[in-house]
Design a binder for this molecule. Sequence first.
Ligand code: FUB
Length: 321
Amino acid sequence: MFKEKTPLVSHIFTADPSAHVFNDRIYIYPSHDIAHNGEDNDDGDEYQMEDYHILSMDGDSDTITDHGEALHMKDVPWVSKQMWAPDAAYVDGKYYLFFPARDKDGIFRIGVAVSDKPEGPFTPDADCIPGSFSIDPCSFKDDDEQVYVYFGGLWGGQLEKYRTGSFDPNGTEPAKDEPAVCPKVALMSKDMHTFAETPRDVVILDENGNPLLAGDEDRRYFEGPWTFKRGDKYYFTYSTGTTHYAVYAVGDNPYGPFTYKGRILEPVLGWTTHHSVLEYRGKWYLFYHDCELSNGINHRRNVKYVELKFNEDGTIQTITP
Ligand code: FUB
């Protein structure tokens, strides 16, 4: 593996890398940032992405392949704008791309698209996943082949607007001394096009077994979930958003609860901290992004990776970019 800590590609802006190993090759499912001169705001209007390009690489060269446009929003009937952070899963000979976008009413939903190849092109379903909401879907396939999708993001991602169980356009975050908003998880149905259950809360606990509080911005969930298994432990990783850390929590099953353990990555150049973790040829890697190529413009990001190291007790060594 080469190119560690350097932008993997520079001909397009890329972000939110979801990395998987398929056929002994690393496939990266990133957002494709669009350069424009609009202002940033708390709704994420600066993230105007319209399509996805899948990247791939192997362990034997420094060549990164951009497989070209894999899916464009003009081909997705339910989407109005903002194709944000995607992920993919392989099940029974097919590759499934999960992606969030705003529907025609401006509400974020999650869609599915299918391909015979990991790099696409992907054919989208005509409608979004029924009952889906918010952003940042990530998939996790457990040892029993069951696939779970985790999702949710505050502010622009609208997660705090579902605290009553349905969409409240005026919904806000809890008070600082109340439990934080939880990310969600749902088991996928066997055909991978629908949730097999109503999404559940992913509860993240502190060292005393209490749910993290909304005011605990160094540790509470903001966006960018990722789940992986190491040994018999399930690791749930995520971004703390306003404090810009990538952090992790550990549990005993895919639904949690997960207990907060520490930081994976200190803040990078740029506001967002979206990442993924994968094992490849016996080593672990963190895929992440920063804004090096644009000198810090938040919506012009570039994907990178770095080796991730574990301590003997399963804790993760914090990376300082
Ligand atoms: O790329 C748009 C949004 O920015 C993602 O959905 C978030 O995770 C953040 O990286």
